[in-house]
Design a protein around this ligand. Structure first.
Ligand code: ZN
Length: 341
């Protein structure tokens, strides 16, 4: 190795960009079989007069190369650290705020209804979502051959149990355990074996109310419904009860509320109204006086006690309140829709 070779080697070292390249160069010159190492080893073969001088020169070369390697290694490391820290933290960047969650509109409404009913003394009671035939049908005056079973669109599990078609089984379970006075609401999920469309879902939420005591009359039902619906839809809301039939109540009534979107004074507005389709009334749910046979089924004397019950689909109430034309929108996980509420 000559002076010139050493200068070239140092140039190569200073041009190295990675620690791997640097290591290759170190091995090439100073490794066990490196150029300079080999030359140092062969000193013994030189004539004795040259050995000492050559040894000193080669050791100087070695020191220069080692020094250059060390310097370049430090530079590469410093450069790498700088890049890493630039990538890792940019203290001047604006922060990313966490997205705030909120309640689903149907859930908001459920809490609203619960709050309203608690104010007038109702207790919230929940029950199992999978029921026996007795609790879902028979105790509610729907025997094995009752025609109303056909309209209930029931799912059956393999063991014959039933994902409840309404929350009414909760009423039965509660009355079995508790003597009158009874004043409860039971919110929860129910299941129907039917095709979904804009006004039907195969799984939805109901909220049902039940009052049983001495001397409970139809006017108590009407007053309670009025209180609830005015609370949900506003003080101006009118209530209309239409005769209907349900197996578990007698007499039974369909519950309508006056349309909150259009007014009687403006005929044009009313005729275009999508909420009531121009009728001025919106159908909301069912109600009635508890059938004496249902009271008898849970051991309450129908001669001494009477009661009323009502039930609403929460999605239906939400669709009316928030003017959602298709209830299926409510449970699609689409934030563009949900963030409007
Ligand atoms: Zn209307």
């Amino acid at each position: 190795m000559k002076q010139r070779d050493v200068t070239n080697a140092i140039k190569k070292i200073e041009a190295a960009e990675t620690e791997e390249e640097l290591e290759e160069l170190r091995v090439a010159y100073l490794g066990r079989k490196g150029e300079l190492t080999q030359e140092l080893r062969s000193i013994g073969q030189l004539p004795e007069s040259e050995r000492s001088q050559r040894g000193k020169t080669l050791n100087q070369y070695k020191k220069r190369l080692e020094h250059a390697l060390q310097q370049q290694r430090e530079q590469i490391r410093a450069r790498r650290l700088e890049t890493q820290s630039q990538q890792a933290v940019d203290l001047t960047r604006p922060g990313i705020g966490p997205r705030r969650g909120r309640l689903h509109p149907v859930e908001t409404l459920q809490y609203e209804v619960i709050g309203l009913m608690q104010q007038i003394g109702f207790q919230v009671i929940e029950g199992p979502e999978v029921e026996t035939d007795w609790y879902n049908f028979q105790a509610l005056n729907m025997g094995p051959d009752h025609p109303a079973r056909d309209t209930a669109d029931t799912f059956y599990l393999e063991d014959g149990s039933i994902p409840r078609t309404h929350t009414s089984p909760v009423q039965i379970r509660y009355m079995e355990e508790n003597k009158p006075p009874v004043r409860i609401i039971s919110p929860g999920k129910v299941y129907r074996n039917e095709d979904e469309d804009a006004t039907h879902l195969w799984s939805f939420r109901q909220v049902e109310g039940l009052v049983v005591d001495e001397g409970i009359r139809f006017s108590d039902l009407k007053g309670t419904l009025e209180c609830m619906l005015k609370g949900i839809f506003g003080e101006d809301t009118q209530l209309r009860l239409r005769p209907d039939y349900f197996p578990y109540t007698e007499p039974s009534a369909e519950v309508d509320a006056s349309c909150m979107m259009c007014s009687e004074d403006d005929r044009d507005e009313r005729s275009r109204c999508q909420v009531c389709e121009g009728t001025g009334w919106v159908e909301l749910g069912g109600s009635g006086m508890v059938h004496p046979r249902v009271l008898g089924n849970v051991g309450i004397d129908p001669e001494a006690y009477s009661g009323f019950a009502f039930g609403f689909g929460l999605e239906r109430l939400a669709a009316v309140k928030y003017q959602v034309p298709d209830m299926r929108h409510l449970w699609r996980p689409d934030l563009r829709f949900l963030e409007q509420f």
